[in-house]
Write a protein that binds this ligand. Structure first.
Ligand code: BES
Ligand code: MN
Ligand code: ZN
Length: 491
């Protein structure tokens, strides 16, 4: 995939296809300055009035001249076109391009610019959509021919804004490549994507981007007294790994942002075994970890001047003769004792020790990302990730980043009123709070381990992957978190 900036007028360009925005009155953007014969050809097509009418819908037309094809995209009204409409349009465009042979694409930027959308945003969203759409599942089908789309996109604009456009492209590219890594890790089968596999990925990222990685073995995890994390790992034959990856490109004096990702490489439920239907999808229970690695790749590609630490407690949740049982009481690294009433509520058990470990970085902020609860899917469905935080500023920054990157999130309460649902007769806290407010009580559980810093929890159970015919990881919320971090560098 190649991205270039052309400041020539459109009449001087040629390409396999040109993308043209058309409004609801069948008018092209007036600033285009197309040559006469090309314009005449377009008018013949447009006059037929059979181009799709929905916002963001796409029609491909063949045509003679410097452009072999035209891709019309319906924008309705250039002034009220939103960033979300733009991303939707870009996604439709590249989905359609998958089935045609277009190498070089001409994309005049101005037709999408208005009061709210600048040139950089247009370049950013188109770049992101192009790379995102080019993702092919790393499938293990033996007859599969890998056919990656390889475009050259020529963004056409006047020179004045070229720096914004270049930055938009660079950030879009870095984010989409981070997302594609997250998708790859999520989609891999759980017999391949094990705790050790995730650890090796962290090592690779550290090597590629001059970061530091540290992989703690079971023995070292025992020495740290992470009794809660270890209780989950006990049912698996695979060794747990505690993965640390550090990007230290900020000022020495600036406190790090710590990202903690749930890394359950398969969640069978353990002794509280899950029902069989769709259990394969619990290979995606490491998508929090994959998000952390994807974001590390993005900030590595951008070489962001920040200090960011990624922490990943990685293990399987399996049933076994030695597995943790309902009724067992374990001692977390914080010293708090936990009565495990359901071994399927394992995410919080691995995260709580990682959250305690995060204290040693004296962090500015800690954000954990986890496919934590089915209840979150019931509450918000598949469109928004859930943000929990006692800090209004942090929650708002995350929601804003989600809006800007069109990787939406919605805030949920984490009020103290919910805490008593976690009372245990025998230990400091129980690991489940009953059926009511399941995603909130899970967040409340984590909050008990985050008293020493500013913290947010993002439940991605509904957004990390798609089920059904389009089963596959989405790469969310890499975009949201990358935007959050990029924004920090611009403050
Ligand atoms: N990984 C699951 C949450 C999950 C389930 C995510 C389905 C996406 C789709 C988590 O470990 C889990 O099993 N949570 C339980 C908690 C319950 C036992 C309190 C759940 O949500 O049912
Ligand atoms: Mn579970
Ligand atoms: Zn789980």
């Amino acid at each position: 995939m190649k991205f270039q900036l052309k400041s020539d007028s459109i009449s001087k360009l040629s390409a396999d296809i040109i993308i043209l925005a058309i409004n609801k009155s069948n008018k092209l953007c007036s600033s285009l300055s197309l040559n006469k014969s090309f314009q005449d050809n377009l008018n013949l097509i447009i006059k037929l009035d059979d181009l799709s009418k929905d916002t963001g819908s796409v029609n491909i037309e063949h045509i003679h001249g410097a452009f072999k094809r035209v891709c019309f995209v319906r924008i309705q009204n250039q002034d009220s076109f939103t960033e979300e409409d733009l991303l939707k349009s870009a996604k439709n465009i590249f989905k359609t391009f998958k089935s045609i042979k277009c190498g070089v694409i001409a994309l005049p930027i101005n037709q999408f610019v208005n009061k709210k959308i600048n040139e950089g945003t247009v370049a950013n969203l188109f770049t992101k959509a192009a790379i995102d759409a080019s993702y092919e599942v790393n499938s293990l089908k033996s007859d599969k021919k890998v056919s990656k789309n390889n475009y050259q996109i020529n963004f056409q604009a006047n020179k004045l804004d070229s720096n914004f456009i270049k930055l938009g492209i660079k950030e879009g590219q870095a984010i989409a490549e981070g997302m594609n890594l997250t998708k790859d890790l999520g989609n891999l089968p759980p017999n391949i994507c094990t705790p050790t596999y995730l650890a090796n990925q962290a090592k690779k990222i550290a090597k590629d981007f001059k970061m530091k990685s540290t992989i703690l073995s079971q023995k070292q995890i025992e020495q740290l007294k992470m009794g809660s994390f270890l209780s989950v790992a006990k049912g698996s034959r695979l060794e747990p790994k505690f993965i640390i990856i550090e990007h230290k490109k900020g000022k020495k004096s600036s406190k790090p942002i710590v990202l903690v990702g749930k890394g359950i490489t398969f969640d069978s439920g353990g002794i509280s075994l899950k029902p069989g239907a769709a259990m394969d999808e619990m290979k995606y229970d490491m998508c929090g970890a994959a998000t952390v690695l994807g974001v590390m790749k993005t900030i590595g590609l951008l070489n962001l001047p920040l200090n960011v630490v990624g922490l990943i407690p990685a293990c399987e949740n399996m049933p076994d003769g030695l597995a943790v049982k309902p009724g067992d009481i374990v001692t977390s690294m914080s010293g708090q004792t936990i009565e495990i009433l359901n071994t399927d509520a394992e995410g919080r058990l691995v995260l709580c020790d990682a959250l305690t470990y995060a204290e040693r970085y004296k962090p500015e902020t800690v954000i954990d990302i986890a496919t934590l609860t089915g209840a979150c899917v019931i509450a918000l469905g598949h469109h928004a990730s859930a943000v929990f935080s006692k800090s209004d500023d942090l929650a708002n920054d995350l929601l804003e980043a989600g809006k800007k990157s069109i990787d939406k999130a919605w805030r949920m309460p984490i009020w103290d009123e919910y805490q008593p649902l976690l009372n245990s007769n025998f230990a400091d806290i129980a690991n489940i709070g009953g059926r009511a407010a399941g995603s909130i009580t899970a967040a409340c559980f984590l909050s008990r381990f985050t008293k020493k810093y500013s913290w947010a929890h993002i439940d991605i159970a509904g957004t990390a992957w798609n089920s059904g015919a389009n089963k596959g990881a989405t790469g969310r919320p890499v975009s949201l978190l990358s935007q959050f971090l990029i924004h920090k560098t611009k403050k």
